[in-house]
Design a protein. Structure first.
Length: 727
């Protein structure tokens, strides 16, 4: 029994060591997304093992041992709000697993980091263990920084997917920078521990090297928000640590080097004349949603869901529904963004006012305590910086986990120094000895929680594994193998709308491929389509529609799901009764979720134009142009529809707008096509109508029967038609 007790006390510590080292570096090509998903799986598995060993310790020691901190109740309230928000979310499975392949912000992630806080606070008890974990975090962060710097200078890892300048083991440079900024004060503080610097210790040298590498990474690939955070960290450490003259001299040389590099990169008159400046100019930095747009989106979501929000991980749906019209005048007009400008705005939208109040309370409580205990090896400053970064940038699995690990270490370091941080032990022994049922009553629910956790994490992991295999097969044009792997992914985790959507598109692609390969040719004008082929095509198309509809049922707030379903309906309209009717209905529902998207309006106009209903085609093309006045495709199609309606004067006016909008790129094919079109309109010459690319020719084959009917397509009492744009 003593051996088991020793193991339950030592193994958790080493598990935290492993997590601290691997978290910034781990990735795997075995999931849909290589970086964030693998980090979440590592985090979740570590937390579940920590809980298991805690339960074993309770069972063997006959006592419950936890560390009480001022953040406990607030974090449990935050977890409760996230759980309630998931339950009442319009898309509960998205809230549970995340908007795959994006896993950050999901209920699984929120649960993992909060339980990590409690497990770290209860298992790390000595200053030595805290120091080791911090050294590990700095060391793994150093590796992360070196890889990012090498990529900046176009020295890549021997892996095809790493051959780009913005590559990072964190998954994105913004994720890496957030983590590096958080641990930057830890390295700087370690550099300043020895006031005299008479005999430089390995710890001081390691801290100095790490500080320089972190600062270099931030300068080379950072953005304004990260620079602000780094400057605040530097100022705070220097102010509170009060370096000696020797230490200032020690920091002067690397500081001057960093300053010179900054001048070479960011001085407009110099940067294009130096190799370093050229590297910087070619770097494509990660972009974030501007604050003004993000605020309006989060405010809109808060207005409609003020208490619990729309659910964890659902910001993409808020973006499409609440984005302001002015966004169409930016490069984001055709994008769908899944992260807010910063974590607090994201929390306001996803977890409502309740979630935001609680997380702000956590931040204020921590900062208040940290300012009173700021001598804890940089932990106080790093923790404060983490909460500042929450207001400056969106978070990632790496950044947020690193932040929670630091605040847990800080809190556990206060044992014996702060009256609200203390070890709590509840004995399960009675006066007559150990109560036989109490340890079991604690251990069995703990074991059940661990098994439930492994069940959900296992489903997520295995589903992502099969989905990655499906994507690999699809990229190699192995449609049947891709189909089989998608079926497996769906069996493992049928609640993921992404798998359903991909399976719908794969079913359609296979059906279209059969129709194309068996269609009429010069050698066989009647085609070679057999009765078996027709049955297969019919079955595949029915499955395509069924999977597309299932995706919309799992995530009805997803404009993309409705758009793909509409595209499927439209593409099978040649062989499916009322296919066009259902396509219009699905597009209408997509527009309801993404009302300011001109591309969706253009697609609806295309359906009416194809049916020669020029009045409605003009209306929807005009709506697309009203949403984005410089939308070239919208102007072009509107001019054609007006011409074919017989309104030549308005067609010329719109075509002139089109040509004027393209004049900035007069050498492009689009400008030449628009100019030619305008010339022919003015000359009153006939103009050949552009061929529609939907539905595909293969499924218009006259040899194909009507393979779907209303029962297969589903039923709608009426078409969901969006209102016209108000001028």
């Amino acid at each position: 029994m003593s051996t088991i007790r020793n193991l339950t006390n030592t193994i958790p510590t080493y598990l935290i060591y492993v997590l601290a080292f691997l978290l910034p570096l781990i990735f795997t090509p075995l999931t849909t997304e290589f970086y964030e998903t693998s980090k979440l799986i590592l985090l979740s598995v570590t937390v579940l093992l920590l809980i298991f060993f805690w339960g074993v310790r309770v069972f063997t020691e006959n006592k419950i041992s936890l560390v009480k901190t001022p953040l406990d109740l607030l974090l449990l309230l935050f977890l409760t709000i996230a759980l309630l928000s998931t339950i009442f979310s319009p898309t509960p499975f998205v809230a549970l697993y995340g908007l795959l392949p994006k896993v950050h912000g999901s209920l699984i992630f929120i649960t993992s980091i909060i339980l990590l806080y409690f497990m770290v606070a209860s298992n790390i008890r000595s200053a030595r263990d805290i120091r080791i974990i911090l050294q590990i975090m700095i060391f793994s962060g150093l590796i992360l920084s070196i890889v990012s710097i090498l990529s900046f200078f176009k020295i890549y890892l021997p892996w095809n997917l790493a051959n780009f300048q913005n590559f990072s083991l964190a998954g994105s440079s913004s994720s890496a920078l957030t983590y590096i900024a958080i641990i930057f004060p830890l390295a700087l503080t370690q550099t300043l521990l020895d006031k005299n610097l008479k005999n430089l210790s390995l710890s001081t040298i390691f801290g100095a090297i790490s500080t320089f590498i972190f600062a270099l990474t931030i300068v080379l690939i950072g953005n304004t928000e990260i620079w602000i955070a780094a400057i605040l960290a530097l100022a705070a450490v220097l102010f509170f640590q009060k370096p000696s003259k020797a230490q200032f001299g020690f920091l002067a040389v690397p500081g001057i080097i960093i300053l010179l590099i900054s001048i070479l990169i960011y001085t407009p008159t110099i940067k294009d004349k130096t190799p370093l400046g050229n590297f910087s100019s070619s770097l494509q930095k990660d972009s974030t949603l501007p604050f003004n747009f993000s605020w309006k989106i989060s405010a809109g979501a808060f207005r409609d869901s003020p208490i619990l929000g729309t659910g964890p991980g659902t910001y993409l749906y808020n973006f499409t529904e609440y984005k302001p019209l002015e966004i169409n005048s930016t490069d984001l007009w055709d994008k769908r963004v899944s992260s807010a400008n910063n974590f607090y705005l994201q929390t306001l939208a996803e977890l409502g006012g309740a979630g935001l109040i609680i997380i702000l309370s956590v931040a204020v409580t921590f900062i208040f305590i940290a300012l009173k205990n700021r001598d804890q090896e940089g932990l106080a400053i790093a923790g404060i910086l983490f909460f500042i970064l929450l207001a400056l940038s969106p978070m990632s699995v790496l950044g947020q986990t690193g932040g929670f690990l630091i605040i847990a270490l800080f809190m556990t370091s206060l044992q014996g120094r702060h009256h609200q941080v203390r070890q709590m032990e509840v004995s399960l022994r009675s006066e007559t000895g150990t109560h036989p049922l109490l340890p079991i009553m604690i251990f069995i629910p703990t074991l059940a929680l661990v098994f439930a956790g492994f069940y959900f994490v296992g489903r997520l992991s295995l589903g992502e594994y099969y989905h990655r295999l499906a994507l690999n097969f699809a990229s190699n044009s192995k449609s049947l193998d891709s189909y089989n792997m998608l079926v497996q992914a769906e069996k493992v985790n049928p609640q993921i709308d992404l798998y359903r959507l991909d399976l719908a598109q794969t079913n359609f692609a296979i059906a279209n491929g059969i129709a194309a390969s068996r269609g009429p040719t010069e050698a066989s004008p009647s085609g070679t389509l057999t009765e078996k082929d027709r049955q297969n095509i019919g079955q595949l198309l029915q499955q395509s529609v069924a999977e597309g509809r299932a995706a919309t049922q799992l995530a009805p707030a997803s404009a993309r799901n409705w758009e793909v379903l509409a595209q499927i309906y439209r593409q099978i309209s040649g062989v499916a009764e009322n296919g066009t009717h259902f396509a219009l209905d699905a597009y209408g529902r997509a527009i309801k979720q993404d009302p300011l998207n001109p591309v969706l309006r253009l697609a609806v106009g295309g359906i009416y134009y194809q049916a020669k209903n020029y009045d409605l085609a003009v209306r929807f093309y005009d709506d697309a142009v009203a949403l984005k006045p410089d939308y070239s495709n919208g102007l072009y199609n509107l001019a054609i529809a007006l011409r074919d309606k017989g309104n030549r004067a308005d067609a010329i006016r719109v075509a002139e707008r089109l040509v004027a909008s393209l004049q900035g790129n007069s050498e492009s094919d689009d400008y030449k096509t628009a100019s030619e079109f305008l010339s022919k309109l003015k000359e009153q010459e006939s103009y050949e109508q552009p061929q529609s690319d939907i539905p595909p020719a293969a499924l218009e084959n006259e040899q194909l029967p009507d393979v779907l009917d209303d029962q297969d397509l589903g039923t709608r009492e009426q078409v969901s038609t969006p209102p016209a744009i108000q001028r």
